[in-house]
Write a protein that binds this ligand. Structure first.
Ligand code: DHB
Ligand code: MG
Length: 235
């Protein structure tokens, strides 16, 4: 009887195959003792394809870790495209920098070190992002989604990792702040008119989890952020 790991292995080998650069990035991540919580290869490729399908030029990632998903996103960009990725830990950012250099994408990635809620306001004057990937501390998911809406434009793709947490999202254990944050993020995607969203459950090496995928609606164009109010963003 095949297991979900067998299927994940088959899908990964068949659809993605060997990639020494990505293997080296993960080896460096493991070597540095960082947790093995990067997105799975098939999920990383989903992010990559969403960026290409949407024609994204400017990508925002919240939660760099060692840059595995960052490499996948950077590889999806056209010439002149940019990934801005936010990492709270300088030691993680250092590993990510080396991984991005080795992957040959460092020139198109801007790593900002700091807490997401500190760094995100500094991005407010820039061009809107076309795709936002949220994969950092789960407690801040609602705040990160709010920033995704402020820093995007109608049509921006928003992806939120870890929305299932082994099923706990459907029956949150009291006191688990990560599950509470994950659930609050999903509830916000359902209720906040700035988003139109769905979610997919995943089963991979990390276990049972899921990804939410959303698009920003026209409501963001009439939001309260100053950059949206002056109507000069060209969208
Ligand atoms: C955790 C964080 C992640 O981003 C993930 O994909 C899996 C687990 C965690 O902090 O537990
Ligand atoms: Mg994650």
């Amino acid at each position: 009887m095949p297991t979900h790991d067998d299927v994940d292995g088959f899908l990964t080998a068949t659809l993605i195959g060997d990639d020494p650069i990505l293997d080296a990035a993960l080896a460096a991540q493991r070597e540095a003792g960082l947790p093995a919580i990067e997105v799975s290869p098939v999920s990383a490729k989903l992010l990559h394809l969403l960026a290409r399908i949407s024609g994204a030029r400017r990508v925002l990632e919240i939660g760099t870790l060692a840059g595995y998903s960052t490499i996948w996103l950077a590889r999806a960009l056209p010439d002149g495209g940019r990934v801005v990725t936010i990492e709270a830990e300088e030691s993680n950012a250092a590993i990510a920098r080396a991984n991005l250099e080795r992957a040959g994408v460092a020139d198109r990635v801007d790593i900002r070190v700091g807490r997401g809620t500190d760094v995100l306001p500094t991005l407010a004057g820039e061009e809107p992002f076309d795709l936002v990937f949220v994969d950092a501390d789960k407690e801040s998911n609602p705040a990160y989604l709010d920033w995704a809406a402020r820093l995007g434009r109608p049509g921006t793709v928003v992806v939120l990792d870890n929305v299932v947490r082994a099923g706990a999202v459907a029956d949150p254990p009291p006191g688990d702040t990560k599950v509470a944050g994950a659930r609050a993020g999903v509830v916000m995607l359902g209720e906040d008119p700035r988003f139109d969203a769905t979610a997919l459950q995943t089963l991979d090496r990390k276990g049972w989890d899921g990804l939410a995928i959303a698009i920003l609606t026209d409501v963001v164009a009439s939001g309260t952020h100053p950059d949206h109010m002056d109507g000069d963003r060209g969208h």
